[in-house]
Write a protein that binds this ligand. Structure first.
Ligand code: PDD
Length: 285
């Protein structure tokens, strides 16, 4: 089954899906993106991702390329043409193509829009989650606006690669206060020694994770206690459990941080339960 991508108004074979060399995303990382998990052909947490997309575009003063309804049609059509039912859908919007100049082009060109869909075997991901994964910590070195989901991801790329080379799936950034901000492509959580779920508050320099927000609701429904109180790597190493959330990782238990086992070194009951509930909700859409 050959893959199809949406590029600026056309559905094209993946191998021929190209943007101009002076696309400002390509030259300047002047753009934003979103990623949706796809279960049973449906976008998970669709509203949250669309709302954040709107916010990211507003913050960067990139005009919306089309209405939400039109965008939904493009996403659905890309999914359909790829015959993907389970996977991830990627959307990228850049400020468009213009002669290279750091300042915004005037008049503004039409924003560039790219959509891809790829299959993910969520059952295989569940099986990996049941074993648990490791993270490593790394000094925070990103810009001050990580609340905007920009395609400028070089620190994240380098941190993720360093994690991979150390046998971990994710890197947790640690800021100047010695506190974990978030992962390179996920939000970071612990269940502390008192059983309180903790994840960094959104006044800190983090992405407002859509999955994070959805998990807040599951946490409330389960009668668990949540605190948006920061934690250090030491707090995390002494925690009962740790986990990450994101459109790609859903809820994934973390069983070691910097090589130190968390709890008994196996996925904890809270993270395991939250993943099951999250997947159950995604499948019930
Ligand atoms: N990443 N923090 C960062 C830095 C992220 O890049 C992501 C998502 C998250 C989790 O956000 P959400 O729950 O809305 O997916 C947190 C996506 C999946 C990616 O870059 O592929």
């Amino acid at each position: 089954m050959s893959r199809i991508a949406y590029v600026n108004g056309r559905y094209v074979p993946h191998g021929q899906a190209v943007v101009h060399i002076e696309d400002r995303g390509y030259q300047l990382a002047d753009g934003v993106y979103e990623v949706w998990a796809l279960f049973g052909g449906r976008l998970v947490d669709a509203d949250g991702h669309f709302e954040r997309l709107g916010r990211s575009l507003t913050e960067l003063r990139i005009r919306p390329p089309m209405t939400r309804r039109a965008l939904e049609i493009v996403l659905a059509e890309t999914v359909r043409r790829n015959r993907v039912r389970e996977g991830l859908v990627y959307l990228q919007v850049t400020r468009g193509t213009a002669r290279r100049d750091h300042a915004f082009p005037n008049p503004a060109p039409p924003p560039s829009v790219v959509v891809t869909a790829k299959a993910v075997d969520w059952a295989a991901a569940d099986a990996r989650a049941a074993v648990g994964a490791s993270v490593v910590t790394t000094p925070e070195n990103r810009w001050g606006r990580c609340d905007i989901k920009t395609i400028g991801l070089l620190p994240n790329v380098l941190a993720k690669q360093a994690a991979r080379e150390r046998g971990a799936i994710e890197a947790w950034f640690v800021d100047d206060l010695g506190l974990v901000t978030e992962g390179a492509s996920s939000n970071a959580w612990i269940v502390d020694k008192d059983g309180v779920l903790r994840t960094r508050d959104t006044n800190a320099n983090i992405l407002r994770g859509v999955t994070r927000r959805a998990v807040f609701e599951l946490v409330a429904r389960e009668g668990l206690t949540l605190s948006e109180a920061p934690f250090s790597p030491e707090d995390a190493k002494a925690a009962r459990e740790a986990f990450i959330t994101g459109a790609g990782s859903l809820v994934t238990p973390i069983v070691a941080i910097d090589g130190v086992p968390i709890g008994n070194g196996r996925p904890g009951p809270v993270a395991t339960r939250l993943r099951a509930l999250y997947v159950q909700n995604a499948r019930a859409l």
